[in-house]
Design a binder for this molecule. Structure first.
Ligand code: DX5
Ligand code: ZN
Length: 214
């Protein structure tokens, strides 16, 4: 089954509850956390995740674009995240592993994220501990960028490893997913599709969420 995770990065933050309600027919709610260090943008943090948790029953998919996330993962879990993903580029292999262990010990789904220039192999040391692998199809930091089709071999490789090892691991893509590119990522093995602008700019949001399932 294909799942859609609308990104609230494209929502109106002054009307966040209203904009979360608009996407309630989706599978996950994607929350982009940026610290201005790991990526050149700053968004929201722990108190906002806590308030979102109180406002919706949706599954919160929290994408941490922060430096050394091991410092904060426990607090994001306690704030109400259901899925927490950390970038492999944001710390040492040892600390990334520790971050995953902390998330799992909190009873949450843990995952790693790969930036466009990071090869599929970078996920290998963590695969057994991952409930999610997220492949960026844009440079992280901003919504509304162009989809990078050249990430498809990486996606296929990860799908092969996940299936070959029989892992309970979702494969997510993030960046530039729209009614055309959704077909490409699904054909290449993704089962969770993040979409910000394609969802929030649609005239009929529930119809667009359905359309993105391919
Ligand atoms: C970018 C974020 C994405 C972003 C996607 O760094 O991780 O989740 O919201 O936006 P679109 O779907 O507009 O490319
Ligand atoms: Zn994201």
């Amino acid at each position: 089954m294909i799942k859609i995770a609308p990104s609230i990065l494209s929502a109106d933050f002054a009307n966040l509850e209203r904009d979360i309600q608009k996407v309630r027919s989706a599978d996950y709610l994607h929350v982009d956390v940026m610290d201005g260090i790991f990526v050149p943008n700053i968004t929201i943090g722990i108190p906002v995740v806590q308030s979102i948790r109180a406002a919706t029953d949706m599954i919160l998919d929290v994408h941490l674009m922060i430096d050394r996330p091991v410092r904060y993962v426990e607090r994001f879990c306690q704030a109400g995240a259901d899925i927490v993903t950390v970038h492999v580029e944001a710390d040492s292999e040892e600390n990334t592993g520790r971050a995953l262990d902390i998330i799992r010990a909190q009873g949450k789904r843990a995952g790693v994220v790969l930036k466009p220039k990071t090869p599929a192999e970078a996920a290998l040391p963590f695969l057994d501990r991952c409930g999610m692998v997220l492949v960026m199809t844009v440079e992280p930091g901003f919504g509304g960028q162009k989809f990078m089709a050249d990430m498809m071999p990486k996606l296929r490789q990860l799908r092969e490893w996940i299936d070959g090892r029989g892992l309970d691991c979702e494969l997510e893509v993030d960046g530039g997913v729209d009614p055309v590119t959704c077909k490409t990522v699904i054909a290449n093995g993704a089962n969770v599709l993040v979409a910000g602008s394609a969802v929030y700019k649609a005239p009929d949001i529930p119809a667009r969420i359905q359309e993105l399932k391919g």
